[in-house]
Design a binder for this molecule. Structure first.
Ligand code: PMP
Length: 398
């Protein structure tokens, strides 16, 4: 039966990684893959993570099964990190939390949950959105449709178009929103815009589904959670997918969580039993190690502070690189305006150049990015900023 399959094209980002590795140019720059890098271009293990791992190694006594919901302590702390300690959804016990294999696991379990509630559910996603959102949602057989979001010409959110499109959605439709640090465009809703979207969603009976994979890498841990906390306050039903890949640097440990908020405690118990049964039929239970690290950090004041400080260093580095890139491009005499870059948040922005120009940067200058011109800001450093700015300016001159 295997002969019925056709080979699929390689993932463009993975392809780019291979090309980059094979490039011998000492000046090569990787702005493709979405991982945080330090000034040396290294994705280091955070000190708080190493300390937590050392502690775990010394104290862990069993590797027995933990169950579909994962570790209770992790779920307790991660839901408070996201919603704040005093959130009413937590106090009223309306929330079901499950530790998942990364943000992807959370997104897929949330999607499967929606499919179980109503198989023909429509999920609205931003145009553009993170490339993997669509396969994760469609894999659960949901209908996926887009609302306007980023305007490549003005480099801003098409907020009026976004609102008027969502006004046309049907009650019971689900709206997927990026909690902060939009991937791929870096343009985030302002607090005023979140307020308007929350009112619209609640009034129309639309169900918010927030994907938050970069909490703490935009403006700060609490600031980045403004939208998700607001919606959790206002909407009777809601889904959240969160990831510890970026803000704890736990990428390969596959650590995330899915949270589902129900209108009341009774409904929450029904939600929990269904979510756990879905998890059981997919991967049974999540891997323990990454979540144990996060739990160790968040249950210890000193480690929490050390982690928060390291995260602030990462956040400030990204912000500084955003300013430096815009300044360095302007200093080359480039006539195109890149002042939007420091206005945007998180690891990604579109340079806004075309596919041919992306190709020239790759072929002539060994600067690698995906065809859409999305760059990983953290791939920049003082070693390559001038080179990137000058090369871009050269390509734009034609
Ligand atoms: N959502 C978004 C928007 C992301 O960018 C990512 C990671 N690239 C994820 C979710 C999930 O990440 P992971 O599964 O690695 O935790």
């Amino acid at each position: 039966m295997f002969e019925h399959l056709h080979a699929l094209p390689a993932d463009p980002i993975l392809n780019l990684m291979v090309q980059y590795r094979q490039d011998n140019n000492p000046l090569k720059v990787d702005l493709g893959v979405g991982v945080y890098k330090d000034e040396q271009g290294h994705t280091a293990i955070m000190q708080a993570v190493t300390a937590a791992e050392t502690h775990l190694l010394a104290t862990e006594t069993t590797k027995t099964y933990i169950g579909p919901a994962g570790a209770e302590g992790f779920n307790y702390h991660i839901s408070r990190l996201l919603l704040g300690n005093e959130h009413s959804a937590l106090k009223d016990k309306r929330i079901t939390v499950a530790q998942t294999p990364g943000g992807c696991g959370a997104l897929r379990m949330a999607a499967e949950f929606l499919a179980k509630c109503a198989p023909d559910t429509t999920v609205w996603v931003s145009d553009p959105t993170w490339a993997n959102h669509i396969p994760l949602l469609k894999g659960a057989r949901l209908n996926v449709t887009e609302y306007p979001y980023y305007d490549g010409a003005t480099k801003a959110i098409r907020f009026d178009a976004m609102c008027s499109t969502l006004e046309s959605a049907n009650a019971g439709d689900v709206v997927l929103l990026h909690g902060c640090c939009h991937n791929p465009c870096g343009a985030d809703l302002s607090t005023d815009q979140w307020d308007i979207i929350a009112e619209l969603l609640v009034r129309k009976g639309l169900i918010p589904f927030v994907d938050i994979a970069y909490q703490g890498l935009g403006d700060g841990l609490d600031e980045d959670a403004y939208g998700v906390r607001l919606l959790a306050d206002k909407a009777p039903e809601m889904l959240i997918a969160s990831s510890c890949s970026k803000n704890f640097g736990l990428y390969r440990e596959r650590t995330g969580s899915v949270m589902i908020i129900a209108p009341n405690q009774q409904q929450a118990a029904v939600t929990a039993s269904n979510l756990f049964s879905i998890i059981r039929s997919h991967y049974s239970m999540p891997p323990a190690h990454g979540a144990a690290i996060v739990e160790t950090i968040l249950s210890n004041t000193e480690l929490t502070k050390s982690w928060g400080d390291e995260l602030a260093v990462m956040r400030n580095r990204i912000l500084q690189l955003r300013h430096q890139l815009a300044n360095d491009i302007a200093a080359t005499g480039c006539t195109q305006d890149f002042s939007f870059i420091p206005q945007q948040k998180g690891m990604f922005s579109f340079l806004g150049i075309n596919k041919d120009q992306v190709g020239r940067l790759r072929d002539e200058y060994s600067i690698y990015m995906v065809d859409s011109s999305r760059i990983n800001i953290a791939g920049l450093s003082s070693h390559n900023l001038n080179y990137v700015a000058q090369s871009l300016s050269n390509v734009l001159k034609g």
